[in-house]
Design a protein around this ligand. Sequence first.
Ligand SMILES: O=C(O)C(=O)C[C@H](O)[C@H](O)CO
Ligand SMILES: [Mg+2]
Length: 403
Amino acid sequence: MKISDAYVIVTSPGRNFVTLKIVTESGTYGIGDATLNGREMAVVAYLEEHVIPALIGRDASRIEDIWHYLYRGAYWRRGPVTMAAVSAVDLALWDIKAKAAGMPLYQLLGGRSRERVMTYAHCTGKDIEGCLAEVEKHVKLGYRAVRVQAGVPGIPTIYGVAKREGERYEPADSELPAEHVWSTAKYLNHVPKLFAAVRERFGEELHVLHDVHHRLTPIEAARLGKAVEPYHLFWLEDCVPAENQESFRLIRQHTTTPLAVGEVFNSIHDYRELLENQWIDYIRTPLSHGGGITHVRRIADLASLYHVRTGFHGPTDLSPVCLGAAVHFDTWVPNFGIQEHMPHTAETDAVFPHDYRFEDGHFLVGEAPGHGVDIDEALAKQYPYKRASLPVNRLEDGTLWHW
Ligand SMILES: O=C(O)C(=O)C[C@H](O)[C@H](O)CO
Ligand SMILES: [Mg+2]
């Protein structure tokens, strides 16, 4: 099982994706997602300059040892670029191990814990009516859970809302960062009205989620959590920037709205106080940013001690490789909660053939050995990399804020 070759494939079938391919002497190969939205080429450089040369000749079956070699052995630990690279190696090695065992990945992890994986869709509108129309569309498609984000009067562009009605939301929409304007007061006054309208139109059964995208202070987040309690959200996501884990103590003291955190985390250490103090309800770190299966399953196990469940990040800026591996993980992990689902474009799906399926608001895992996702390298070459950046956010007086 010696690693004989490894290389990076960058492709942009509608948006940029970075894929690591690891090949063994026997010809068995695995692929991992190394995409970090807006910072793709930083991960490519880290992989090509520092990781791949050290992988050649190693035993691909020693996943645990290679993980520690890349994490502990690097001296410069953690951080999104490093951990995206480590994650890609880990996902590719689990793919190889499962293929060598002739098993779908979920079997290797411990087998099925459920028949299907509940997903949530993004529903966005420039105003409440537009958003309700999107919810209606997604309920008809079979979704049991929807994330709702609507434009706020007086704020020209806002996180999570598509530029045109009916289009998909794409955050990395310009070569250099676009500048958005933010008003906490306008937002806080508007959001409860959105949820009141959703409950009135769709009743009590639909699971409803919302992403604050790190924009509030702890006391503002506490106010929002309390204000939306009557609409019993499935979760309120990233209500404050979480570098200071202690912030969640205050939020938790004020509200029973469930809290989800962690799409920008990349280590179990980012979660320790949040979990041990039972300040959150869902962990969001995707396999392609949190150190792959080897590390994220440790986070999930720690979370399970505190009744915390998984709700992995699943925007279009994670490739089908990450999503495919996530569907295996979600099928196995005992403390599964929900899986985010933003459908990829047809071009992306063609570059990454896969055997996971979407049906009736759920993902169904495939039975092919490995994680079930491949890359068509010839097709990938037809879509060259294009620089794209995430926006920045400023308060109305010009102060730089959290995007
Ligand atoms: O899907 C979500 O919950 C997000 O917050 C999406 C992020 O904005 C996106 O992944 C940034 O690259
Ligand atoms: Mg989010």
